[in-house]
Write a protein that binds this ligand. Structure first.
Ligand SMILES: Cc1cc2nc3c(=O)[nH]c(=O)nc-3n(C[C@H](O)[C@H](O)[C@H](O)COP(=O)(O)O)c2cc1C
Length: 198
């Protein structure tokens, strides 16, 4: 398998339903040049919005609070208009790409949305890797699967991820970690707002 087939980048996808509702969700995307593949598991608001509107924005951010926030009912991140598509982008991003939906490879579990980047911009320089940010993203993925993973696996992974947080986190990473840990301790906390759109 070719490496570009497997590289997945963890981003925030913003979508806007034609009737106006905006949605933010962490997603893993694959890029092949100007083609970007988004693969949401059904059911998915991102999928519904993308199919209805034909567009989305991929936000490249190192603010892991947005990833943790989307999973813990904190979706109220500042947005701004995109240049070419009706879906907004996050106001604070390293870079973003504006997408138009080209076609759907349908699937009952996880359709693949094949999109084309029609506009891209860089706003701030990449600051280097940070282990706590990676640990928060890993914990966010665990939290998004809490109902499907065995408790001992979750506890073991948190024990390992915590080391990077304790050694390398800044205030944003610590806040994001703590929001996710609240959810691990009480999986039903803030559930209603976690699924809320604006
Ligand atoms: C880093 C990260 C990557 C994710 N990637 C995906 C993905 O590729 N597809 C997916 O369906 N959910 C993914 N999730 C989980 C979704 O963000 C979450 O389930 C969300 O609610 C998706 O459903 P929605 O479109 O209805 O918001 C990811 C979560 C995280 C934290």
């Amino acid at each position: 398998m070719n490496a570009t087939e497997t590289l997945i980048q963890e981003v925030i996808v913003t979508t806007r339903h034609p009737e106006g509702r905006v949605h933010l969700a962490p997603m893993g995307i694959r890029r092949h040049g100007e083609t970007i593949v988004i693969a949401p598991f059904r059911p998915s608001v991102t999928l519904d919005h993308l199919v209805a509107s034909g567009c989305a924005v991929v936000n490249y951010t190192d603010d892991v609070r947005v990833f943790a926030g989307c999973l813990t009912g904190r979706r109220n991140w500042p947005l701004t208009a995109a240049a070419r598509v009706p879906a907004p982008r996050l106001a604070e991003v390293l870079a973003h790409s504006e997408l138009e939906l080209e076609r759907i490879e349908d699937d009952p579990v996880r359709p693949r949305l094949i999109c084309r980047s029609v506009f891209a911009a860089t706003h701030r320089p990449f600051q280097g890797f940070n282990r706590a940010q990676a640990a928060v993203v890993e914990l966010a993925i665990l939290v998004s699967r809490l109902d499907r993973l065995p408790a001992d696996k979750i506890a073991a992974e948190i024990g390992y991820l915590r080391i990077a947080v304790e050694k390398t986190a800044g205030p944003r990473e610590l806040a994001a970690w703590n929001w996710l840990m609240e959810r691990v301790r009480d999986p039903h906390s803030a559930l209603s707002s976690a699924s809320a759109d604006r």
